[in-house]
Design a protein around this ligand. Structure first.
Ligand code: 4AD
Ligand code: MG
Length: 461
């Protein structure tokens, strides 16, 4: 079978030649002695028109095909210079691989994204989702390519863990205990010694802490895997299960971290613009009109940089526009992040040096004793896409901070060891993969860039 993408990319090579394609029927129109079917095989979303006529041995059966049917078509590729599409297939043979029932939910009209979310098993058969998930796959490849070309080691960090990297307590517990009959200690607390791992465990919120251990051996590493957060926020940017890319670099500081983040994002954008031009044009025409201009600007300009303190000063002047007022010490909300990047800087922004109270325990304390060497990268349309920091590499300071926050030393012994045996300056960040896909496609809901989204109250399929 020839991929339909190949037909469109190399039409000259196929003109007037006999080819065979397999795909699913998108639409069908019948006349008395002939008919047209549009076939899509998922490799390309331009409609491929197939003309068939009475010469087919199974003409009547083909006429009765419903949208959604799987077919294998053999015929000649004929250029159609007057038509909208550059060519059509004149069918000699249409094999019906699998018929489709008449109640196939995807008919030729435009369906809303909301409706398509209710049929997540069928939505990849629409143009938009075909483009989204092909580009998602390409972005993943580009990210690996970026890091591999730079000799970073891909580390597979565990999904089940006993720690809470971000300290936000937003974890899904992992247990084999029977919820109806949980073993208890004498004081009434849960007796985890009877549980599978003999202690409380959860799905990981981040691979960072494990990643750091490998950075202290391989210098430069990255993770790329699923992470889980039981955040009760029902927004267009939060999923309970999402993928994260977490590089960690040794003998490096916050500045090196930002340079890495900026070059990675630019690399990935360039890769996708170059390798998926049709999909990107499609998004630019049907999903987000300014997308291509915006992305081209991003790759050709430096990201803006401000400290948290400067950002707060800029935002405070616009407090009348915000639901949640800004002042030094508050965590920036999405509305503030978007205002900074969309209205003030009009490009991606790195915000650095946040108050230590609103950031995680592992971040390096700055000399002012009040802020930490943190960085968030904010982009238009989304807000935070990357969160990172230089890590606290001083044993005593890290221990003091952990005690301050009530973290149990025994759970983080391995992490303290890194500061005891050859501690080195190091930094890293986490890129939210779905937010990255949203940014590059212009899609505005995280539910529409992950094949089977898990959000509050929703775990279908
Ligand atoms: O800012 P976060 O929480 O940082 C960390 O997890 C660090 N351990 C990363 C590191 O330094 N290695 O998360 C990183 C990114 C966010 O910027 C955001 O893009 C994404 O992960 N993210 C989510 N994406 C979708 N749904 C959610 N619920 C997300 N929470 C975070
Ligand atoms: Mg963050």
């Amino acid at each position: 079978l020839t991929n339909i993408r190949d037909l469109f990319r190399n039409k000259e090579a196929y003109e007037n030649k006999k080819i065979t394609v397999g795909g699913w029927v998108r639409s069908i129109r019948n006349s008395k002695a002939f008919g047209f079917i549009v076939v899509n095989d998922g490799t390309f979303f331009e409609p491929l028109q197939v003309v068939f006529s009475e010469t087919l041995s199974n003409f009547e059966e083909v006429q009765k095909l419903n949208v959604g049917a799987a077919v294998i078509v053999t015929g000649t590729l004929a250029p159609t210079p007057e038509a909208k599409q550059p060519f059509e297939i004149q069918a000699e043979k249409v094999m019906i691989e699998g018929a489709s029932a008449p109640d196939y939910p995807l008919q030729k009209k435009r369906h809303t994204f909301e409706y398509l979310r209710t049929i997540s098993h069928l939505r990849p058969r629409t143009n938009t989702f075909e483009a989204v998930f092909r580009v998602r796959s390409m972005i993943a490849y580009a990210i690996h390519k970026f890091f591999q070309e730079r000799d970073f080691v891909y580390v597979h960090t565990p999904l089940i863990t006993g720690s809470d990297c971000e300290g936000a307590g937003e974890m899904f517990q992992v247990t084999t205990m029977d919820l109806k009959d949980v073993p208890k200690n004498a004081d009434g607390s849960v007796d985890y010694s009877k549980d599978f791992f003999g202690k409380p465990t959860n799905l990981t919120v981040s691979g960072q802490l494990n990643g750091e251990t490998y950075a202290m051996a391989f210098k430069n590493i990255y993770t790329f895997g699923p992470t889980f957060r039981a955040e009760n926020s029902n927004t267009t940017r939060h999923a309970a299960e999402f993928w994260m890319i977490e590089p960690e670099i040794a003998f490096a500081d916050l500045e090196d971290d930002m340079i890495l983040a900026e070059s990675m994002l630019k690399y990935v954008i360039r890769y996708v613009l170059e390798n998926a031009p049709e999909e990107m044009n499609f998004f630019n025409s049907f999903v987000d009109k300014g997308l291509l201009d915006r992305l081209n600007n991003v790759v050709n300009n430096d990201f803006a940089r401000v400290t948290y303190t400067e950002a707060v000063e800029l935002l405070e002047k616009h407090n009348d526009k915000f639901n949640y007022k800004v002042s030094w010490g508050v965590d920036l909300q999405t509305e503030h992040e978007r205002y900074l990047t969309e209205e003030i800087f009009k490009r991606p922004v790195f915000v650095t040096d946040y108050p230590k109270e609103i950031k995680a325990f592992y971040m390096k304390l700055n000399d002012d004793g009040k802020t930490v060497a943190a960085v968030d990268c904010l982009v238009p349309g989304i807000g935070e896409i990357i969160g990172g920091s230089q890590r606290e590499d001083d044993y005593e300071k890290l221990l003091a901070r952990m005690q301050e926050l009530g973290l149990k030393e025994e759970d983080y012994g391995f992490y303290l060891d890194l500061r005891k045996y050859g501690s080195a300056r190091h930094a890293g960040f986490g890129l939210g993969f779905e937010r990255c896909v949203m940014y590059l496609t212009g899609m505005s809901n995280i539910r529409d860039v992950i094949p089977f989204p898990r959000t509050v109250g929703n775990c279908e399929i």
